[in-house]
Design a binder for this molecule. Structure first.
Ligand code: ZN
Length: 182
């Protein structure tokens, strides 16, 4: 029986705290939480289930958002109608990125930010991340466009950074012409 995860709000100090690297093998609790995060995000993107369980749709969650100050995040990317690619990135590092910057036309959202925030969040158009999978194997993931934005958004969470921090307070649409809208 699925139960929604309790997700911390942006005002909770835990989402701003320092996160520590995960050691392997993963604890039972972390394994369980990772599966729960995947289930929550998947259900949130299936309309009937998002209504049934009262879930805000989202494609990513980082451990600090669920009260765990460890370096990992999960992204569930819908690649086709109800077909999802799951990414579990543990102790991730961005090892390279494009020069080109992009931003999401609809703005970014976050399951910890329960208000509308307008403005441009500059992101690299392409990133390469090195991380570990759940079994402790080193992995290298390349992402572009929407998925690249999701990875950078979640990676920021591991440094206590929210997307709202990256929006210019005085001019939320600053440098719009210097980036590509997606
Ligand atoms: Zn977020």
């Amino acid at each position: 029986m699925f139960k929604p995860i309790k997700i911390l709000d942006e005002n909770d100090p835990i989402v701003r705290e320092k996160n520590i690297d995960v050691t392997f093998p993963l604890s039972k609790e972390d394994k369980k939480m990772i599966q729960h995060m995947i289930d929550h995000l998947t259900n949130s993107q299936i309309e009937e289930l998002s209504i049934k369980y009262d879930l805000r749709p989202g494609m990513g969650l980082a451990a600090p958002q669920v009260g765990i100050n460890k370096n990992y995040f999960v992204v569930v990317h819908e690649v086709d109608e109800q077909v999802f690619d799951n990414y579990v990135l543990i102790n991730p590092k961005i090892v390279s990125h494009s020069e080109e910057l992009i931003y999401a036309s609809t703005g970014e959202g976050c399951l910890s930010v329960n208000r509308e925030v307008e403005g441009i969040v500059p992101r690299f158009a392409r990133v390469t991340i090195e991380a570990y999978d759940e079994d402790g194997n080193k992995i290298r993931v390349r992402a572009r466009e929407e998925l690249a934005i999701a990875f950078q958004h979640e990676f920021d969470h591991l440094n206590g950074i929210l997307f709202t921090d990256r929006i210019d307070k005085d001019n939320p649409f600053k440098d719009k012409d210097k980036m590509r809208m997606i």
